[in-house]
Design a protein around this ligand. Structure first.
Ligand code: SAM
Length: 493
């Protein structure tokens, strides 16, 4: 939370801050500010300004301008610029925090600027988001938050625009986050979901989808939304047959996960630097995803398992690698289908040395011989269950995305059922709890194709709080996993 400060309401209703009309920048007025930092000359490359904030700004710009993924761009940029330790931690916190909180920040910025954010120049908006995030959601001093933001703009664009940013951020700083929420959010008693969506910076349709999926547990909505904003632990999977979770925990300093026998949780750090990951003994994989791959192998088929397993939506290969390792132990073989060639390459990489055959094909018609014993359909989905790991995703996804994805999910599940042998099992999963993508797709398959729903809770042994079944919905606030859904279906004999 923010450190306490006395909000002055002096600017309310005053003239809207504008380049040229804004008061002089705050730079240089903070007596507590370390005086070692030289005033910055205007440099188009931004050299000389705070390196962590410059990195955060550049990532926000890439996300806004070219739909980049913050969690791919940032680590590469930190490496390229040699930022580590405190600088890297600050850049990460500011980038991911500003991405996640974007809706809330934009509402506050719009109020402070007296105009909608789409009327503010993109590069200025990036800096305003960074500054507003520091003011509302960190303990960084308001002077430092404003000054460094003004510096970022001045070095690139000069004094006029810097004055605008200074004026807007000074208005933002007049209230705490709670006070802004009280002023701008829908009333909690009349619109409780709208209120929580605003407070926890989620688009309303996503908060509504979570509430729908929680059903009787809708009182937990606040916890789900809060869990999306918490920094998730890094989950590793210990590859079965290579290393145990206990051994992996010992050599990485992590903790064995509570549910998957292969899971190790790390507090942070760069897992790519771990020897166990570099040597292929372990990989990064959410514990919920591990449970999905394992559930496919635990669901009973009728008769003997002939060892023909299929992963119909395999890229980038996290579950295919775990299935491949388990298949190796069981004497089975996995066919892995992925239509995107570059993602199929990733599957080949993650499954090297395992009994996995990768096919670049469309899962709706992969051209494989039917008769599989077990099929995983880890379908393309909105990803609403993994928002904590994808900072900007909640603002990029649109409710209209759901319809097209649901059509594809139904077709993929139908294709899987047609490829199963009688008595074989398909496990349908999504990293989304949206009911249209989960129980509705499964109910449609049961109705149309006569498959039998199995009590999937039995295939995630030891996991509590799974509701009434037969499908399983995991939740970050209950299980510490992504909000994965899974449902096992058997083809009648
Ligand atoms: C949720 S991801 C699967 C994640 C993967 N199982 C893992 O654990 O790494 C969905 C995948 O389905 C792929 N996909 C999209 N359309 C598809 C189709 N028509 N047939 C098969 N796969 C498809 C996407 O390219 C994406 O790689």
């Amino acid at each position: 939370m923010t450190e306490s400060r006395r909000p002055s309401r002096g600017h309310r209703g005053g003239p809207r801050p504008d380049a040229g009309t804004a008061r002089a920048g705050a730079a240089g007025r903070d007596s507590k500010r370390p005086n070692t930092r030289p005033r910055q000359p205007k440099r188009p490359d931004g050299a000389g300004v705070d390196r962590a904030r410059l990195a955060a700004r550049d990532v926000l710009r890439a996300v806004r301008e070219r739909d980049a993924y913050a969690n791919l761009v940032l680590p590469a940029l930190l490496r390229e610029r040699g930022l580590d330790g405190r600088d890297a931690a600050l850049a990460t916190e500011l980038t991911y925090g500003a991405c996640r909180a974007q809706g809330l920040l934009d509402a506050v910025i719009a109020s402070g600027a007296g105009r909608p954010v789409d009327e503010i120049d993109g590069p200025l908006l990036d800096v305003l988001r960074l500054g507003a995030y520091q003011l509302l959601r960190t303990r960084i001093s308001p002077h430092a938050a404003v000054d460094t933001s003004v510096d970022l703009v001045r070095t690139e664009f000069g004094g006029g625009r810097a004055g605008f940013v200074n004026a807007v951020l000074r208005r933002v700083a007049e209230r705490t986050e709670d006070e802004w929420v009280a002023e701008l959010a829908p009333d909690a008693s009349r619109d409780p979901i709208g209120h929580l969506a605003f407070r926890y910076a989620h688009p309303l349709w996503i908060a509504q989808a979570f509430a729908d999926a929680l059903g009787a547990g809708a009182g937990e909505l606040e916890q789900v939304l809060a869990a999306d904003d918490a920094r998730p632990a890094v989950h590793l999977v210990a590859r079965p047959g290579e290393i145990s979770a206990e051994e992996l925990a010992l050599i990485t300093g992590g903790e064995v996960g509570p549910y998957s026998p292969y899971a190790v949780h790390l507090d942070g750090g760069d897992p790519g630097k771990l020897d166990a990951v570099r040597e292929g003994l372990a990989a990064v994989q959410d514990e919920g995803s591990q449970l999905v791959a394992r559930a496919l192998t635990l669901a009973p088929v009728t008769g003997a398992d002939g060892g023909r397993w299929l992963d119909l939506c395999a890229g980038p290969g996290g579950k295919a690698a775990l299935l491949g390792a388990l298949a190796d132990i069981e004497g089975a073989r996995v066919d892995a289908v992925e239509p995107a060639a570059h993602r199929a390459d990733l599957v080949r990489k993650t499954t090297r040395g395992l009994p996995v055959d990768v096919h670049v094909a469309d899962g709706r018609d992969p051209g494989l011989e039917p008769g599989f014993d077990r099929i995983l359909v880890d379908a393309p989905c909105t990803g609403l269950g993994a928002l904590r790991r994808r900072p900007e995703a909640r603002w990029r996804r649109r409710p209209e995305d759901v319809t097209g994805l649901v059509a594809l999910q139904r077709e993929l599940l139908a294709s899987a059922i047609s490829l199963l042998r009688p008595g074989g099992v398909v496990l349908y999963s999504t990293c989304s709890p949206h009911l249209s993508e989960t129980v509705a797709v499964v109910a449609d398959a049961v109705r149309r194709h006569g498959v039998q729903p199995l009590d999937t809770r039995e295939f995630v042994p030891g996991v509590p709080d799974l509701g009434d079944g037969p499908g399983v919905q995991l939740w970050p606030h209950r299980h510490g996993t992504d909000a994965m859904f899974m449902a096992a279906l058997r083809k009648p004999d």
